[in-house]
Structures are given as structure tokens and as C-alpha cells.
Design a protein around this ligand. Structure first.
Ligand code: NAP
Length: 286
């Protein structure tokens, strides 16, 4: 078996370390030479190519387990990078393709608990691009017989990815009573979910990959501020927040859901190392 991680960045490198621990070599695709250089010390064979212009070489994905972690472009409602890759792989498809999608495909669920059978009604282009990707993958699986597993992922946190700059800038937070629930996953647990999906995921299935303990964005930022010893930012109403926050952050506040992770735990058998922020945040300082 060969394993290829397309977009071998933070989560991809954590995943590669898990494969290394079981003696499985990994090829990692990145866009820039700088990122390729960072893969060698991690024991990953690097390949540099830009999915905006080219597909991986013929044969590389043939019969492989492929993890797709490259993000879509920042604009539009389609996913042309994945489309290019799938077109190139049609005659020699991977055996299995595990795709990192986003929980934004569900749109706004007004804070309800939702599982993977919830309707897919994205409200943002970020969510629409990922839904387009999920549709492309389903069509590819149908046409080629490749097994596709989709992971729907909310906010990722972990070492090196805490919102330090924003806390240092003192950008206000929304009052807890007006701040809806959002979901998170530690980057290491996400890497574990990627491996579990490759090994045990059912073909054609989607899995919510969240820690199962949603809290508000305000709660998250306050816990991070306390952890780092930074001042707690001022609290404002949701209406006032619109003047301070980026459209991306506002979209997180205006789309609220609680992700049910039963399928992740019971079907993929993932034992979460960091089921709450209290479990996971201290690891970010190591
Ligand atoms: N941040 C979140 O909270 C969140 C939430 C849900 C889902 N996700 C998704 O989770 C996935 C993994 O996240 P991550 O943190 O591991 O991402 P990351 O560290 O930013 O890594 C992304 C990788 O994709 C590569 N890449 C980007 N554009 C490419 C292109 N045009 N052609 C080839 N390679 C390209 C990058 O290469 P270079 O370094 O050379 O550019 C990098 O290796 C991403 O798809 C992300 O969008 C993130």
C-alpha cells in the first residue's frame, strides 16, 4: 500500500507521524519549496506541485490511500483544485480517498445538535466550495469504484495555532449570553481521525470530527487568554461585534450548531485524547 497526503501541512504532518509509527512511508504533496524542505526532517517524501496548475503525476495515486488536505481557493462556490486532481486520477484511481471537509456544509442550525444526516445547506461560499467538493467526490466514487470517506471538521486548534495575535490586539469578544455554541477539534485528534477513517471508515460515509463538547467562541478565547496570561478582551454585544470582527469570524458567530460525534467514536473507534478545551489547551504550550 502507498499513502499520499495532498496538502501535507500541519494536520498532514501529524498524520504522517502516525503512519511512521506503524511503519508506513508517506509521500506528501505541498505547493512551495519551503514547505517541501520542512517535510524531509519529518521523514516524508516531498513532492512540490501547484494544484491550481497541475495534477499529481500519472500513477502516483493508483491504488493508493490518499488523504486530501489542501484547502479550496479562497473565492467562488466551486472546488477547481480537487476537480483537477480527480480528472487526472480517473483512469488510475486511488483505492481510498479521505477528504477533509468542513462543518460549514451544514449552514446555520441555530445551535441544535446535528449528526451527519442533517441537511447540507451552506450559507457561506466557504461552505458551498466544500459541498461542491463532496459532490465531486461522490461522482468520482460512483464512476471509478474508489472508496471515499469525508470528514466534516469544525475549528482546529493545537500547538502553534492559538489566536495569539488577535488576543494581543485586544479585539472585543461577544458577550457570553449572546455568543452561540461552536465546535472545535484538537489537531492531533484530527490526525487520529484521518488515520481511523483510512483504516475503518465506511465507503461513502461522512463523519463529524469534533471533540463533542461545543462551547462559545468567547469561552474559547477567554480560556486561551487565561492560558497564555494575556488580558481578557472587552465584551460587546453581537450587534457591536459586527463593527470589529472580520466577515469570516462573523460567519462563525452567525452559523451555530452542536456537532454530534457519535459516529466518529463508535464507528471509527476513535478515542479522543482531548475531548474538552481543558484537556487540550495545556498541550498547546508544550
Ligand atoms: N483552520 C481550521 O480551523 C479548519 C477547519 C476546518 C477545515 N480545515 C481544513 O483542514 C485542512 C488541513 O488543515 P491544515 O491546518 O493542515 O492546513 P495547512 O497547514 O495550511 O496545510 C495546507 C497544505 O496544503 C498545501 N496547499 C495549499 N494550496 C495548494 C495548492 N494550490 N497546491 C498544492 N498544495 C497546496 C499547502 O502547501 P504550502 O504550505 O506549500 O502552501 C499545505 O501543505 C485544510 O483543508 C483546511 O482548510 C481547517
Amino acid at each position: 500500500m502507498s499513502v499520499v497526503v495532498i496538502g501535507c501541512g500541519d494536520v498532514g504532518q501529524r498524520l504522517a507521524a502516525r503512519y511512521r509509527a506503524i511503519g508506513q512511508p508517506v509521500t506528501g504533496i505541498v505547493r512551495t519549496a519551503e514547505s517541501a524542505a520542512a517535510l524531509a526532517p519529518a521523514g516524508v517524501q516531498a513532492l512540490t506541485l501547484d494544484l491550481d496548475r497541475e495534477a499529481p503525476p500519472a500513477g502516483l495515486l493508483d491504488g493508493a490511500v490518499v488523504h486530501y488536505h489542501a484547502p479550496p481557493p479562497r473565492e467562488g462556490t466551486r472546488e477547481p483544485r480537487l476537480q483537477r486532481l480527480l480528472a487526472g486520477a480517473r483512469s488510475a484511481p486511488p483505492a481510498r480517498l479521505v477528504y477533509i471537509s468542513t462543518s460549514a456544509v451544514y449552514g446555520d442550525c441555530q445551535g441544535r445538535w446535528i449528526d451527519e444526516t442533517a441537511p447540507l445547506t451552506p450559507r457561506t461560499d466557504r461552505g458551498r466550495r466544500r459541498l461542491d467538493a463532496e459532490h465531486q467526490l461522490a461522482a468520482f466514487a460512483e464512476a471509478t469504484g474508489a472508496e471515499v470517506v469525508v470528514l466534516r471538521v469544525p475549528g482546529i486548534y493545537g500547538p502553534g495555532r492559538l489566536p495569539v495575535a488577535r488576543l494581543q490586539a485586544g479585539t472585543p469578544l461577544v458577550l457570553p449570553a449572546q455568543c452561540p455554541p461552536t465546535n472545535r477539534i484538537h489537531a492531533d485528534d484530527l490526525a487520529g481521525a484521518c488515520l481511523a477513517a483510512a483504516q475503518h471508515g465506511r465507503a461513502g460515509r461522512a463523519y463529524n470530527v469534533s471533540d463533542g463538547n461545543p462551547t462559545s467562541m468567547t469561552d474559547y478565547f477567554l480560556q486561551v487568554a487565561d492560558l497564555l496570561g494575556l488580558p481578557r478582551p472587552p465584551l460587546v454585544t453581537l450587534a457591536e461585534a459586527r463593527q470589529h470582527l472580520s466577515p469570516m469570524l462573523m460567519s462563525f458567530l452567525e452559523e451555530s450548531k452542536r456537532l454530534d460525534n457519535t459516529r466518529l467514536r463508535e464507528e471509527l473507534g476513535l478515542l479522543l485524547r482531548y475531548p474538552t478545551l481543558a484537556d487540550g489547551l495545556p498541550s498547546c504550550l508544550l
